[in-house]
Design a binder for this molecule. Structure first.
Ligand SMILES: Cc1cc2nc3c(=O)[nH]c(=O)nc-3n(C[C@H](O)[C@H](O)[C@H](O)COP(=O)(O)OP(=O)(O)OC[C@H]3O[C@@H](n4cnc5c(N)ncnc54)[C@H](O)[C@@H]3O)c2cc1C
Length: 599
């Protein structure tokens, strides 16, 4: 694929021969208030693109929409290849025009950049940043392509694609540069910005016998997730992923390659820990703290369906009480779903407990359900523990993982079966809010139960317990508070996610027409469910990476009191707003498409 694109890029260069006259170029390129599009006279000439291509060792590629081969030749092998692989997140991640989400109703539609640099190192990134700044181009940065908000693709742009920077190096005694003598050496892992989390887990855990806090979805990019704060299944024990960042190599808008850590550019370092991707610079390398592996891991599962609304209320109340008494600790993470069909679905994981300890936690709840005529167990209930943590992310022989079976795919690459539905999803709506732990107090449990029940009349509500950090160890909370995320995360027992969509609908993809009326109805139902939860959590905060595209109060929701500090850092490192993303720090100063500076 890359080879073919490179050949095409060389072939395409002579076509771009409409060189602008020099005065036009100077006027348009000199004005940072309006970015240049391919139709503008100031768009770089073929010779200038060629110069960039030379500077980045031939890594400049033209970008095509995922289904572009099907437009001209629907029967071609290239077109069939896209259909065959479109449910494989690693295939999507390998395409310069790939996005893991196929769009969002009334929000955004995937659109390829004009050109991409498949950067090999920080020097390639710096050359590209300088080129984009000099020519006043709309620059887009992409890693694992998992942005729900569509912030890693934009039409008429130049794409900086980090995928090729995927080295993983274990460090025995890492000291951030400039921190010698001030910070104790620690075990760590250094990851190229193009790595996805399974690359890290395979080296750190499966083969290295240690733990690194990253994301749950194996194909999510490491740099995108760290810059959003980031949660994995065991975050309740280790804090958010950004809290583990020790150092980042980052290219800022001035083209400088910086090493940011607690001792060098500490303000930029802090902003990179959860201040939002694609905003402060291009991260090329990250070093994260590693931890001892937990002694054991396990899970709890099953689905219970209530036979009446009243019985469902009682089921929710019983679960809330169980969570408050026995699950609100660093061991338990992941999800329970409060569903609109009056069912409660349990998909929890734990670290640190034996099988007997895990069962002892859940057995009273399971016994109560089984003893009542008001409930049907529609998926067997159970709890486990004592499993070997080193096998958690192993692909081979793991019945919960789907391996990437493409020829030449890395044997380390695979994705959770439970994540399959999300691959290429087209979103109708998405909302998240942090539910404060104060709602678990005995006096408040009834209100919480009522709110969950009322919300579930509109849509299924997912409680992601690992994405709220209340009840995490004090050290994890302290480190998470030293990130740019909304501090509300540390007081929340769960992130409630209400979202829905449908199967992939990429531009150019053949599929039955979308039922737009039903899709809009679904979006409204998500809003109504969210309104019910807001009655008990009026000012909740929302997770930047898993949030509502249309949130008008995003500054406060994503970052809380941290927003003014983030704005100041943005002004310092990117005064002309080279880095723009939808609802990113400083984006208020730009039009929605990031092309025109407002005011
Ligand atoms: C299916 C799915 C599952 C998910 N699971 C989880 C989960 O388990 N836990 C969780 O916390 N979140 C999860 N997320 C959200 C995810 O963490 C964020 O969307 C994250 O930003 C994705 O990073 P990426 O590199 O894969 O995506 P991209 O779309 O490539 O990037 C996301 C943003 O970060 C920017 N960015 C990427 N790389 C760089 C870089 N090197 N330097 C500067 N900016 C960069 C991009 O410009 C973009 O704005 C999930 C999302 C999806 C779609």
């Amino acid at each position: 694929m890359h080879r073919r694109n490179m050949l095409k890029s060389v072939a395409a260069l002579p076509l771009l021969s409409l060189c602008p006259s020099l005065p036009e170029l100077a006027v348009a390129a000199g004005s940072p208030s309006r970015r240049v599009r391919p139709s503008d006279p100031a768009w770089p000439s073929a010779a200038e693109w060629q110069k960039l291509n030379d500077a980045v060792g031939g890594s400049l590629l033209p970008v095509h929409a995922l289904f572009a081969p099907c437009e001209s030749e629907p029967d071609s092998a290239a077109c069939q290849d896209v259909y065959k692989n479109i449910r494989n997140p690693f295939y999507i991640g390998d395409q310069p025009g790939g996005t893991q989400v196929s769009g969002w109703l009334d929000a955004w539609t995937p659109a390829p950049s004009v050109w991409a640099v498949r950067a090999r190192n920080a020097a390639d990134v710096a050359a590209t940043v300088n080129f984009a700044r000099t020519h006043n181009l709309r620059l887009v940065v992409k890693g694992g392509a998992h942005s729900y908000l569509g912030t890693s693709n934009a039409p008429d742009s130049l794409l900086l694609w980090t995928r090729a920077m995927n080295q993983v190096v274990l460090e025995d005694a890492f000291v951030p540069k400039g921190c010698e003598g001030k910070v104790a050496p620690t075990a760590a892992v250094t990851l190229g910005a193009g790595c996805v989390w399974i690359d890290a887990y395979s080296v750190v855990t499966t083969r290295g016998g240690r733990y690194v806090q990253g994301g749950g979805c194996t194909s999510v990019g490491v740099a995108g997730l760290i810059q959003s704060g980031g949660f994995g299944s065991f975050s309740k024990g280790f804090g958010n992923a950004a809290a583990g960042l020790l150092e980042a190599e980052v290219v800022t808008a001035d083209g400088r390659v910086r090493i940011a850590n607690a001792c060098r550019d500490p303000d930029l370092f802090w902003a990179l820990k959860g201040g939002g991707g694609g905003t402060f610079g291009v991260v090329t390398r990250l070093t994260l703290r590693t931890h001892e592996l937990p002694a054991a891991v396990g899970s709890a599962w099953g689905t219970v369906k209530a036979k009446s609304d009243e019985a469902f209320r009682q089921l929710i109340a019983r679960y809330v009480a169980l969570y408050a008494s026995s699950l609100s600790n660093p061991h338990w993470g992941e999800q329970v779903h409060v569903n609109s069909d009056n069912s409660l679905k349990i998909s929890m994981v734990q670290q640190g407990l034996s099988r007997d300890e895990a069962r002892a936690v859940w057995q009273p709840f399971f016994d109560w359900v089984s003893a009542s005529p008001d409930y049907t167990v529609t998926e067997k209930l159970g709890a486990s523990g004592g499993h070997r943590p080193q096998s958690w992310w192993e692909i081979e022989g793991n019945s919960s993982m789907i391996p990437d079976k493409r020829p030449n795919a890395s044997p380390d690459h695979g994705w959770w079966e439970g994540d399959q539905d999300q691959v290429g999803v087209y979103l109708h709506g998405y909302e998240s809010l942090w539910l404060p732990a104060s709602l678990l107090k005995e006096a408040a449990q009834r209100r919480l139960t009522e709110a969950l029940f009322a919300a579930s009349r509109h849509k299924d509500v997912e409680l992601h317990h690992n994405k709220g950090l209340a009840f995490a160890p004090a050290e994890a909370i302290r480190a998470s508070l030293d990130t740019a995320m909304n501090p509300a995360v540390t007081e929340a027992f769960a992130l409630a996610i209400i979202a829905d969509g449908e199967r992939p609908s990429y531009p150019g993809m053949k599929r039955p027409p979308m039922d737009l009326e039903a899709a809009h109805k679904d979006a409204r139902a998500i809003d109504m469910a969210n309104d019910e939860l807001r009655k008990v959590a009026p000012d909740p905060g929302s997770y930047v990476s898993e949030s509502n595209y249309f949130n008008r109060n995003w500054q406060q929701a994503y970052f809380g009191a941290n927003y003014p500090r983030l704005q100041a850092i943005k002004k310092k490192y990117d005064p002309d707003g080279l880095f723009f993303v939808h609802n990113g720090v400083g984006s208020e100063e730009w039009s929605a498409d990031g092309f025109t500076r407002l005011g």
